[in-house]
Design a protein around this ligand. Structure first.
Ligand code: AMP
Length: 194
């Protein structure tokens, strides 16, 4: 099954993506993790994106598409993927669709993890206090949420029109959220594999 997760920063997307990937035995591919690895390794891509990432801005589409192409194609050939963090905009979704459709790699279900904004700010500030992560200051958090609302939320309409959208309430304990995602995905899987 080929699926992607849409959710605001702080919604627990990464945690849920790992659990879903384990459950369905397919790889978890996170654009943010791949980009952070480039930054940590000091590659030329890393140097290009690090300032934007630090500010909570999106990095250029071409860079993200480039680093995802190989892992997504490989995963599509062997059972599917859980994509986390991509696409972030309708433009990215459309560009990815054009590349993926001829490869049989296009997404079958978009899973939306919905959490109210107030709860997200609370969670991210708490996380920042624990780890002293400099990017979790209140200004950066608010900026990342604004970018999400302006650029990423329109994706919900995009996928709803394609009848591939499933929404799950993410403002619940982690295990409950995972469970309800898996139940919904099992239904979808029957539909897309029949
Ligand atoms: P994440 O771990 O998904 O929150 O991503 C961390 C950061 O990586 C984001 O704030 C962006 O700067 C960058 N990033 C990750 N995925 C994308 C994407 N699909 N398009 C543009 N920037 C991205």
């Amino acid at each position: 099954m080929r699926l992607l997760l849409i959710g605001p920063p702080g919604a627990g997307k990464g945690t849920q993506a790992v659990r879903i990937a384990e459950h369905f035995d397919i790889p978890h591919i996170s654009s943010g993790d791949l980009l952070r690895r480039h930054v940590a390794d000091g590659t030329s891509i890393g140097r290009l994106v690090q300032e934007k990432m630090r500010r909570g801005d999106l990095v250029p589409d071409g860079i993200v598409m480039d680093i995802l192409r190989k892992p997504v194609e490989a995963a599509s050939r062997s059972g599917g993927y859980v994509l986390d963090g991509f696409p972030r905009t309708v433009e990215q979704a459309h560009a990815a669709y054009l590349v993926a459709k001829n490869l049989g790699a296009s997404v079958q279900v978009a899973l939306h993890l919905a959490v109210p904004r107030g709860e997200l700010v609370r969670r991210m500030l708490a996380r920042g206090e624990e780890s002293e992560r400099s990017d979790d200051t209140e200004d950066v958090i608010n900026h990342r949420l604004n970018v999400y609302e302006e650029r990423t939320l329109p994706l919900l309409d995009y996928y709803a029109q394609r009848e591939t959208l499933v929404t799950v309430n993410g403002a619940r304990p982690i295990g409950e959220v995972t469970w309800s995602m898996i139940v919904q995905l099992q239904k979808v899987r029957r539909r897309v594999t029949n």
